[in-house]
Design a binder for this molecule. Structure first.
Ligand SMILES: *Cc1c(COP(=O)(O)O)cnc(C)c1O
Length: 481
């Protein structure tokens, strides 16, 4: 009589035997690539990409067969190879339509650039006079392309552009406070996002942090008692991405500046958001502007290029000529330098402010300036268009946000397009995965689209994407030419 144990062993042996024989049926890469379709694919995408896709497809098949599945036929393997080649040969970074209503959306690349800024970046992407003085006919400096404009717009005596605001702070601390003390309020020892924490950057720079006050209240006398012979700087950090309310006292920048100067040390203001215009004109709170911070007497002001400034990713350091000179000569500056495209985009953005056309031309300001009724007209037209195609949609009141770690908790009234579908999640996934990806929000089990953050020039593409996702004509993957 056979024991249960023997039976199991035999079953296992049978299974191993059939797995082995199925595995042997898998073709070699060479044989697989004899398929005329794959030969054509090879001619179009290059042999090595198709070979690696074939290896990937065969490895996947081997795993499936080992798990007990039958060996896939040639057609199935070819289809897998085609899908792998298609997926890997597309750029993974591609344009998306932002219908979330969050204007400065960090996950979607922060500020959308003006048409002029985009053109400038493209036009200078071949050769440019980046470091060549055309007038003098000799070597020039890349920094001249933004410095004069920044000074004219903000009243700063000098300016330097680096990779981002985090880099700006790191450079300022390293060049001007290394080995010495930097005094900061406990209420300003913040995390900006993406793991950028003021105390950690400070530690990296080699400066010593001296915390003063408490989380909610810091007085001038707290700063005063902390000052000593080792002090190099008072650092003021704008609480751009959170609000403390209730029993709160923050020492105003003006007092911090006066105290620093009375002790012959530096007052540096990390503003972050970097507004050049007043946000209060749109019913939002007033974000301190770069001009105000400089006028208050801060020796250096650090801001982001791609938040309220509405330009490309950059860190702008503005202020005292002698200090900016020290920063320019510091070896770290070379490691943090910006590219020609960034300088071209930044210059074009700054020119909008110079010509007093920023509200009209810089998308972040354009979007903030939109009245709910103006969004409503466009949203209403989209609702009618959807209804005419048998899609249940309606206009609802809602809110947009400035985002990008600026003006936390504050909103702008808007008109939303709410789309009714059996599953809001599934529609939103289809829109995400379409050839022109669209990002909306889900509210009350409905997909809602906020046209405040959709440029009028994108509406045609948005309608096509909606048609694809809601009426079943769809294509996968991002499709940039
Ligand atoms: C956003 C922000 C930063 C970081 O700016 P990046 O340009 O993203 O590096 C630093 N400080 C403050 C106060 C900020 O708001």
């Amino acid at each position: 009589m056979m024991s249960t144990q023997d039976g199991l062993t035999r079953n296992n042996a049978d299974r191993n035997h059939s797995v082995q024989s199925e595995l042997r049926k898998l073709p070699s890469v060479d044989r697989l690539l004899n398929d005329p379709d794959l030969q054509a694919l090879s001619a179009r995408y290059g042999h090595s990409l198709v070979v690696s896709a074939a290896q990937e497809a065969l490895a996947g098949a081997r795993v499936a067969v080992t798990a007990g599945q039958p060996c896939p036929d040639q057609a199935t393997l070819s289809a897998t190879i085609l899908a792998v080649v298609d997926r890997t040969s597309r750029p993974s970074l591609c344009p998306v339509i932002n219908a979330t209503g969050v204007i400065i959306h960090t996950n979607l690349g922060r500020s959308p650039l003006s048409q002029a800024a985009q053109d400038a970046m493209r036009q200078t992407s071949a050769y440019s006079n980046l470091e060549y003085d055309l007038l003098a006919g000799e070597r020039g400096s890349r920094y001249v392309h933004a410095e004069a404009l920044l000074c004219r717009l903000t009243g700063a005596d000098a300016a330097l552009v680096v990779n981002n605001d985090a880099a700006a702070i790191l450079l300022v601390l390293m060049a001007l406070a290394q080995g010495r003390e930097v005094v900061i309020s406990r209420g300003q020892l913040v995390e900006i996002g993406g793991g950028f924490r003021i105390p950690e950057v400070l530690a990296q720079s080699g400066a010593r942090l001296v915390e003063v006050g408490t989380t909610n209240r810091t007085y001038l006398r707290d700063y005063e008692t902390a000052l000593g012979p080792e002090s190099a700087m008072l650092l003021h950090v704008h609480s751009s991405n959170f609000r403390l309310t209730g029993f709160v006292h923050e020492t105003p920048l003006a007092e911090v500046v006066t105290l620093a100067h009375a002790h012959n040390i530096l007052a540096v203001d990390d503003l972050g958001s970097g507004a050049l215009l007043d946000t209060a004109q749109f019913g939002l709170s007033h974000e301190p502007t770069v001009q105000e911070s400089l006028a208050t007497g801060a020796d250096l002001v650090c801001v982001s290029g791609d938040k309220l400034l509405g330009g490309p990713q950059a860190g702008l350091i503005l202020g005292n000529t002698k200090l900016i000179g020290v920063l320019k000569r510091h070896p770290l500056t070379r490691a943090l330098r910006v590219s020609k495209s960034v300088l071209a985009g930044l210059q074009a953005t700054l020119l909008h402010y110079l010509k007093d056309e920023a509200l009209r031309e810089v998308p972040v300001w354009q979007m903030m300036a939109l009245q709910p009724a103006q969004v409503g007209v466009r949203a209403g037209a989209l609702v009618s268009w959807l209804k005419a195609r048998g899609i249940r949609a309606e206009l609802v009141d809602g809110t947009s946000a400035v985002g990008g770690g600026t003006l936390p908790g504050e909103t702008l009234r808007t008109s939303l397009v709410a789309i009714q579908a059996d599953s809001a999640d599934s529609i939103s996934e289809k829109l995400r995965l379409g050839s022109a990806p669209v990002l909306g929000r889900i509210e009350d089990d409905r997909l809602v689209l906020d046209l405040r953050t959709v440029l009028p020039s994108e509406e045609e593409v948005l309608r096509k994407a909606l048609q694809g996702a809601l009426l079943g004509e769809s294509s996968a993957g991002c499709d940039v030419n």
